[in-house]
Design a protein around this ligand. Sequence first.
Ligand code: AHG
Ligand code: MN
Ligand code: MN
Length: 335
Amino acid sequence: MVKKNQTLGEFIIENQQAFPYSSGELSRLIRSLRLAAKVVNHEVNKAGLVDILGLHGDTNIQGEDQQKLDVYANETFIQTLINREIVCGIASEENDDFITISGKNNDNKNKYVVLMDPLDGSSNIDVNVSVGTIFSIYRRVTPIGTPVTKEDFLQPGNQQVAAGYIIYGTSTMLVYTTGCGVNGFTLNPALGSWYLSHPDMKFPENGSIYSMNEGNYVHFPEGVKKYIKYCQEEKEDRPYTSRYIGSMVSDIHRNMIKGGIFIYPKSSKANNGKLRLLYECNPMAFIVEQAGGKATDGFNRIMDIQPKELHERAPFFCGSKNMVNKAEEFMRKYS
Ligand code: AHG
Ligand code: MN
Ligand code: MN
């Protein structure tokens, strides 16, 4: 029978049953991320009211200091994961070092670590433009029950167990993969429930949108400059449309639905670009590949890069397979 209005909770249960030996730990972890996302969503939606309600820079009704939203999002996700004792470690774009989570008896029997960008595109908050959260989940490589080490976090993206993003947009969506395709859920704010609205998302193989910060044009590598000119050429299927929100989650989400390419290349100012390999590129690459798209650094697969540092950056070319292939052609030719 065709199921209608399936919730994320139902979806998780159904899919867990497909793996008879799974312990349910990953499902519980996704559920806690779902909860934190709702809390952050509530706060993001209030952002425009902060001045009107006189909360900013002061203490709020609970007597807590009003925080910047990215700090708030960071603390919310971390605290939710700590409260539910569901992971053994967390690394966040907002924290210098990773966090070790110990269990009740100072041990921790959990096997997963989470890496995240709690608020992506945070400069868009002030102007009422979509922002997001990105998360990435790995199985630890050091023995269960011992404190996590850097090694547990510095794994290549191809070791990800799950990854997802939340987009706080005109509606709020949670999109994630556990390696069996990509599914998108939309939050019904009145009920606080997420409904499967975008089952089995597919990245169109071709597209007509290119997304990059062309303000950096003079600093771009020659291959990217030439590719931009290619996008702008007057041909049967071109020029392409330029769309850049400046919030990667939103830019890639749109391109995944409509077909397009997102590029944040290296530049003469930043040798590895801006985006962080562990918190931004790898999780988005996993989702994009699972939807049939492609993600590289202009030459090599993003998820095969061996990370050396927690906050390492990487050039990022991601989107419709044929468009990424074309951009790579230019990179190879003009490197
Ligand atoms: P964050 O808000 O987590 O620091 O990330 C912002 C990122 C990404 O979302 C976006 O694509 C990019 O920065 C925009 O950078 P530019 O302003 O340089 O275009
Ligand atoms: Mn970001
Ligand atoms: Mn961020």
